[in-house]
Design a protein around this ligand. Sequence first.
Ligand code: ATP
Length: 293
Amino acid sequence: MDTLEIKAFAKVNLGLDVVRRLENGYHEVRMVMQTVNIHDTLTLKRAEKGIVLTTDNEALPKDEDNLVYKAARLLMESCRIEEGVSIHLEKRIPMAAGMAGGSSDAAAVMKGMNTLFSLGLSEEELRRLGVKLGADIPYCIMGGTALAEGIGEKLTSLVAAPDCFLLVAKPDIDVSTRYVYENLDLSAIEKHPDIDGMVEAIREGNLHGVTERMDNVLQSVTERKYPVITRLKSFMEENGACKALMSGSGPTVFGVYEEEEKAKAAKEKLSGKGLAGQCFVTTFIPKEEGYAG
Ligand code: ATP
């Protein structure tokens, strides 16, 4: 096999709690992660030497600042690959959005190269390597519905979350994850999200049990700086969503709908308001079955 095309899916956080700040500057978190059907596409080709990255998005770096490049180099070095690889990235996932776009691209490159070069790494081995590049990468390698603990790398795969439709809206602002964590005052959090209750509701297939527990401790930090987030959430909840929440460190907001028609109608109505440049109606997607590397 010389060429391989692979999709890199975005995620949302159905629940996000920060437990404590660690001495190394990272944060201990408890998050319920969910893959959604919005994806970048990566085309990997075996080449003679080196790493060549091209992309349809002019705003992205094409050198080692891109997580795609870093992931390719990490695999080449740790598996002593003598050949090279050329990678084309078609970018569709909103950037600096709280949807783990860069991490998902890196995860896809690692999975893709594992197949392309017949490296034989297990999913767990890939996850152990991936965390060196970013805390969300192990989850992006796993995919589906999962509980993420530690800095995000301690993963428990869950049964697929109940079916529903999502309206995903990314306002035209870029949010720095670093800014949000630096401005998070852990001592001021009065009520932490009920992550265990949400995991239970997922196991029971109880969509309302999930939506009533949707909560994100980073939301108030980002909302304070960008009131558009509050407006988007209110809009969605006034327009048919069971619940709306900011994903990750933001600014993307997603609303959970039981009916596709209602999500589509809300998207249509939202498009005239100028609150979000990028909007999608999408669904959850489950973990790929039978991942064999
Ligand atoms: P997270 O949810 O993990 O915080 P995010 O959605 O906030 O991720 P990304 O879009 O993954 O953020 O990346 C943010 C920054 O990382 C971008 O501004 C970009 O310059 C840089 N970057 C490096 N590689 C990539 C990539 N392959 N795709 C997107 N951004 C990348």
